[in-house]
Design a protein around this ligand. Structure first.
Ligand code: TMP
Ligand code: ASP
Length: 230
């Protein structure tokens, strides 16, 4: 099996998956697109460090091992075509949709589901939609929600040790061969908003044309390397 997406290539080899991170960066459902040297290796290593941390916190991920420079060896998963977003603060599409001020606290972690469909601009859905559209059962949706919140609170704590604020984050889940819901895909500045004293350390630098995104991605990788040793 071979699958190529906007930023990754997945190959199934024997009984595991090899996920190769490309140097491509996109925004606006792929409308904005660039290639940035070393982006793939930076995001692959960042994902490996953060998933390794989550597994130590009791959260099952697809990661088996990091294969430098840009590949993850992983458990093969049948992916749900979903983005599961957890928000701790208001930002991005939350503010566009509901108003409010970027960076304002939410009273509890908000979980949102979006169907991955660029042509329809990733429509937001609720658990009933997932059941009616036969995308996931109520139990599977609940498991994704519970795991996503647990992972987010663990990552918030991780980044706080470096003085950084995790604002929001997107996860993707799949089913392993036993039908268990497992956290897959990636965790990198492409998939979260991370801030320190107003400074942006995530893909918003690219989305909003605020300078060299790779400088920030490299700083996040350095931060993850040093925090993972503590
Ligand atoms: P949003 O505010 O644009 O909905 O984004 C919420 C979080 O999800 C943010 O951390 C960025 C991340 N995200 C992705 O990883 N992929 C996407 O396609 C989008 C739209 C957001
Ligand atoms: N990942 C999305 C895209 O490539 C958008 C985003 O992250 O803002 O279009």
């Amino acid at each position: 099996m071979y699958y190529e997406g906007k930023t990754k290539i997945v190959k199934i080899v024997e009984n595991h998956a090899l996920i190769e991170f490309k140097d491509d960066i996109t925004a606006g459902d792929g409308l904005k697109h660039d290639v940035m040297t070393n982006k793939g290796s930076i995001c692959a290593e960042t994902t490996a460090i953060l998933m390794d941390y989550l597994s130590k916190k009791g959260i099952r991920t697809h990661l088996i091992e990091y294969v430098p420079p840009r590949t993850l060896k992983a458990v093969p998963l049948k992916m749900f075509p979903l983005e599961v977003v957890v928000r701790l603060k208001k930002a991005g599409s939350f503010v566009r949709r509901y108003g409010g001020v970027e960076g304002e606290d939410l009273p509890f972690p908000l979980v949102e589901f979006f169907i991955k469909d660029d042509e329809r601009h990733d429509p937001m859905v609720c658990v009933d939609h997932l059941e009616i559209l036969k995308i996931a059962t109520k139990d599977q949706a609940e498991k994704m929600k519970e795991t996503a919140v647990k992972a987010t609170l663990a990552l918030k704590e991780f980044f706080e040790k470096g003085g950084f604020e995790l604002w929001d984050i997107k996860y993707e889940f799949g089913l392993d061969k036993n039908g268990e819901v497992v956290l897959g895909d990636e965790i990198s500045p492409d998939t979260f908003r991370l801030r320190k004293k107003g400074e942006i350390f995530d893909k918003d630098v690219y989305r909003r044309d605020l300078g060299d995104p790779m400088k920030k991605y490299r700083e996040v990788l350095e931060l993850c390397r040093s925090l993972s040793l503590q």
